[in-house]
Every structure is written in C-alpha cells, then in structure tokens.
Write a protein that binds this ligand. Sequence first.
Ligand code: ADP
Length: 589
Amino acid sequence: MNFFDLKSIRWRIALPQLGLFLLILLGLLLYLSGFLRGIYLDTLKSRLEAECRLLATETLQMEQSSPSPEAIGQYAHSTGVSLGLRFTIIAIDGKVLADSEVDPTTMENHLTRPEVQQALSQGSGSSARKSATTGINTLYVAVPVRSGTQTTGIVRLAVPLADVDAVVARLQTTLSIALGIAALLSLVLSFLAIRSTTQPLEDLTDAARQVSAGNLHVTLLPTGGDEAGQLTDAFNTMTEQLRSQLDALRGEREKLSAVLSRMSDGVAILDDQGRVTMLNPAAERIFGQRETQVLGHSAAEVFRHHQLFDLWRECFESGKPNAVTIEIGLERTFLQAVATPLGKSLPGSTLLLFQDLTRLRRLETVRSDFIANISHELRTPLASLQALSETLQEGALEDPSAGRRFLDQMQKEIDTINQIIRELLELSTIESGKVPLTVQPVQPASLWAGSLMRMQLQAERNGLQLANLCPENLPPVSADAPRIEQVMINLLHNAIKFTPRGGTITVSAEVRAVEVVFSIQDTGMGIPAEDLPRIFERFYKADRSRSGGGTGLGLAIARHIVETHGGRIWAESTEGKGSTFFFTLPVST
Ligand code: ADP
C-alpha cells in the first residue's frame, strides 16, 4: 500500500491526531507567549521601579545642593547612558527638568502623563504607549522624589517596547522550536504505534490476495494476543481448513477422473440444453472427438447420430433412464447407449454411458457359427455314413466287391469324424489351459528342421519344393517344442494343400527386438482379403469348395498354441499369388 495514501488507516488515525496536536501547540504557543510577555513586563517594571527609587534618592540628594540646570542635564544624561535607558527628571509641576536623550526645553509639560499621575497618586506608576517625544512604543515607569512627606518631583525611566518585544520574540522562537520538536517526536511515536497496528492488517491483506490468487500455502507469523493477532490466528486456521478441504476435493476429483479416464466404457454428461459438458477418453475414442474441442457443443453435433440425441431428449423430458443400441461409424461399432438423469447431484444434467458391444456381438456370432459349423462338419460324414449303410442294407452287402468299397468309404468317413473330434478335443484342451506348457530354450532353426522333415514326403508327393532359409545363429526361443512343431506342421500342411504342383514353400525366421518372427511363404492360391481376418477362427474355411477335407480347426489350434506362448500369429496374402503366415515367440532369457 502507498505510504501517502491518505485513505489508509495509518493516516486516518494520524491526521486527526496531528491536527489536534497542532491546535493544542498553537494555543499553547499563543498562551505562553502572552504569559511570558506579561511576566517579562512585570519583572521589567519592578526592576525599573527599583532603579527609579534609587535614582529618586540620588536626584533628591543632588537637588539639595541646588545644581544648575546644566548639571542636572549632565547627571540625567550620564545616568541614562550608564543604565542604557532613557532617564527623565520632572518637576512637581510637570515641567521636564532633564532628559538623558532629548533636550528638556523642547519637551511639553508631563504632568498629565498617566505614569506621572499614577506615581503622584499611588507612589509609583507605569505606562506602555507611543512616546509623544520620540515617537516610538515605550514602557515608562515613574516614582516621586520625596523629601520627608513632601514630593519635590518625579523621576522616570523609559525603555523602548521594541526591546521588550525582541526578548519576547526570542523566547517565542525557542518555545516554538521546542514545541515543534515535541510535535515531531510525538508524530513519529504515534506513527510507530499505528504501524504496529496496521502492519498485521497489511500482511493480512497481502496474504488474502495470495490466497485469492490460488496460493493456499501462505501462513502468517503470530503477532500476539491483541485483536490483530486474533485475526491472524483466525486467518491461518481458515487457510489451513481451506487447504485440507481443497486437498480432499482434489483427491476426490482425481479418483473420479482416474476412474473416468481408465473406463473402457464411454461416458458423457449433457446439460439441460443437450450440450456436452464432459466426455471421457473412451467416449472421445468412440466418437473420434476431443473433449476440449466439443465442450459446450450440442450432442447432435458431437455424436452425429439422431438416435442418441432423441435418447437424451426422451430421458430429459421423462426424467427416467432410457437405452438404445445403435451402430455407428464406418467400422460399424455396435454401441449400447444408456441415458440416466443425474437428478439432484447435477440438476438438469444427463449421464450418457456408451458400451462398445462389437466384440461381444462378434463373439456371439463366432459361437453360433461354431455350433452351426460343428453340426455341418459332422452332418456331412454322418449323412454319407447313413447313405452307405442304407445301400449296404439294401443289398450291396451281397456284392462282395461293392461291399468292400462301401466299407472303405465308411472307414474314411469315420476317420474324418475322428479327426474332427480329435482336433476339437485338442483345441478345448489348449483353450482350457489344463495342459501346462513345458517351455525350454529351443533353436528356431531346429524347430523348422524337425517339422520340415516330417512334411518332406507329403510335399514331394504334391510336386512341391520345400526351402529352409532359417539362419542357424538365431537366439533360442522359449517354446514347448512339440507344440510349436504342431503349429509349423499345421501351417505347412495348409501351404501344401493350397499350393498347386510346381510351387515352392519357403520357411524362415528373424529376430525383431525381444522376439523371433517365424514365417512360411507359399506360392499358392492366396486368401481373399475379406477372409483374412477370420481364418484363425474355429471352423473357418475361406473357400469351402477348395478347402478339401480340412476341418477348419488347424489355424485355430495354431493360434491358441502361439498365444499361450505369449506370441502372435497373422497372415498376409495376395489372392492368386500366395500367402505368408507369421508367428512370433519370445526370445529365451
Ligand atoms: P483347414 O482344415 O480347412 O485347412 P485351417 O484352419 O487350417 O482349416 O485353415 C482355414 C482356412 O484358411 C482354410 O480353409 C483356407 O481357406 C485358408 N488357408 C489356410 N492356409 C492357407 C494357405 N496357405 N493358402 C491359402 N489359403 C489358406
């Protein structure tokens, strides 16, 4: 705060005090200077009176020797000079006999002078006035010259009042200086006292400003038990409580935002006008929007789906929860949206919860496909078994060669059913995780070599060439060797099955960061792009007419084995040119 701010408490207390003080000083000065002048005049008068009485005696003695007027004049002059005063000797009739400064013959009769009158009637007299003779303000003191009871004349001493005034003025100046110093000292003292009162207030103002600017860590030092000290204590308690309340609030908010930001479900809050006031990261992802850019925008504009806007409106108007399921975006995300009024906690606001059910729906599809597929896979061999056994019953049994052929056929169908069941069992065992993996460090090259050896004959029979480009010096991987070989055999089996004669199948492996990527490339028919994401599903066959006697389980088994090892499996393919399958295994540490 500005020191010279006259509105401050400091000056509001100091100014009246100063005014009062100056008034008292002025009064005191006026009174004292009058009083002093009076005392000085009285003292001067009594001194002059005493001198006069001495001079009266001297004058009487001198008169008794009948001096000449010159001698009297001489006496008056020398006396006046030695006293430094004007000395006048007046005859009883008022005639001036001698004067130390003026020629007596030029002076008028002095009988009517007040001091002369007073001296004759009262024994002494004084008067302060302008001198008719010299023309200056003068103090006169006169006493009669007495011889026994007879008054023979009057002697008078006079001093210019200017001299008196000079002495009084000197006294006044000294007094003023002393009083001025006293005033200054008292002002300084009162400022110090005011300062000790206002300083805590200024500190408090500063601290309050800091608190309002967000700094809650200000603490004022205790100033004592007076009112300012109590105020400081109260302020400290208040900021401490504010701090702890804010900390608690911040903690709650952080918890809430941690929950909201880590939730996999989208959450949005709309106000009573249907404008977005909050959007969590999951909702940002679902709708491809950023919260900071859409706050305050209408839900219709942000979600771009009229059903969601209708959902909000119905919920807002009825005050009841409501839900819809919709498909949004090019990726056809399947969403369930639930609107709930927030009621008293946030009046007028509505909470929208978005659950992405796409995966759940896909799983549902896979499950129903699985059942349909398994029934279909089993129905085909079973139907042909039934047809064969009916044919046998209807008489083919009697024809030994046809009977044998039919039995062979039946055996093949039973083998197919057996294979399906065996693979299904295997898949469910791997999926259930009941058979633990026995993982050991294994050389990638030896894994390929073992698998290739087992498929060599089959490849040759199909007129295909197998090439092993796997480097020998790769780091070992953590693998359950027999299971990984099964993955490789499944992949090799497919490559052989889907590659026409004369083709080549190339296997390899390479290190990428902390894993080894295995690959198997064929020059076969390839896989249509739309089938590529689904070939690892159970029973999925890209092209049923071409897939031969497969069960559609081979890749599903391979995927499970690889994933239980902590790896990934995927395929790249160009239809008509060939496919490459990849899978990864962690490098053994
Ligand atoms: P299947 O027993 O039918 O081979 P898989 O699960 O092993 O079952 O394969 C699923 C489908 O993926 C196959 O039916 C086929 O359409 C496709 N496929 C797998 N490997 C290849 C490949 N190397 N070339 C072309 N298509 C393939």
